[in-house]
Design a protein around this ligand. Sequence first.
Ligand code: NIG
Ligand code: FE
Length: 387
Amino acid sequence: MSLLVTRIGELVTNDPTHGGPLGIIPDAALVAEHGRVTWLGPATKAPAADRVVDAHGAAAIPGFVDSHAHLVFAGDRSAEFAARMSGQPYTGGGIRTTVAATRAASDDDLRATTRRLAAEAHRQGTTTVEIKSGYGLTVEDEARSLRVAAEFTKETTFLGAHVVPAEYDGRTDEYVELVRGAMLSAAAPYARWVDVFCERGAFDADQARTVLAAGMAAGLLPRVHANQLTAGPGVALAVELGAASADHCTHLSTKDVDALAGSATVATLLPGAEFSTRSPYPDARRLLDAGVRVALATDCNPGSSFTSSMPFCVALAVREMRMTPAEALWSATAGGAMALRRTDVGHLRVGARADLAILAAPTYLYLAYRPGVPLVRTVLLNGEPIT
Ligand code: NIG
Ligand code: FE
């Protein structure tokens, strides 16, 4: 069954052969069949198809690739947010509150929350989402978090080294042994990626390296929560290990920027976290001007960034991090795909997954120009309309 999307006023392809980094085709159409893009070009030349979606002149973009989200959890930390807005700093200490609630939750409760947040993201144009564990922090709770995550995405990440849980207080090295041993063995069947929160108060470079190396030996690919609260060793470690992505990158030394620029590691910026923790935003311009590949993601989690909205992150990136609207959209689509080492999403070319969002707007510029407005009208996931 083929589907024709026609009368697209502005089709963003991320294919530079159509001109500019976003590869925009005006007055375009696109055909999807068996979940893939089979044709795209000027609407006047579009072939016939079994079904037709009329975009009525609106813009269409590749579906957002949210390469960093923590959707498997229980509980609420709105009081912690309110305290921050009254001047309390964010330290990551609240993670243990979510760990306690997550351990106490049933599988069905965790599944329902993950389903609700994934659906919320889809409605806002996200068609690929990465989901981490990291609020279980026991062998069984990490494995079940990933089992639940795997019901919603292929991009699952084992984050047993998120923080040291209370029962291991003062025994971080013993906890690292557990993570790289029994916990990894139980989690690996459900995970594609391994991640560590490499930060003061969480795991230092040696501990993070130990966990990531064990994950890699088990066949997982590395990514790192790096340099969120301090200019620590996370980015250097990510580059050293050839990680697909160093995430946060809020506090960077010149060495860090140079290392990222000379590597295949993507810098994934998470401006929702700075917004919700009232912290200084990462210096996106410095990274882009140095030639670093930049992705944007939500970091959706109940503590530091409780948003599933990629359009909101695009607007923040433009207004607060001085990315151009084109850079921000590229980073939220093609950049996210790169951060997940995916070549089938984040762009619209023949053969790509037919994942796209039709906007309630004549141009993608509206994503930043009209912040906070529901701008995604229709989402096609694998060639099927879902909204
Ligand atoms: O990416 N930094 C570590 N992890 C999450 C925050 C988790 C939380 O506060 O619950 C993050 O911001
Ligand atoms: Fe995170």
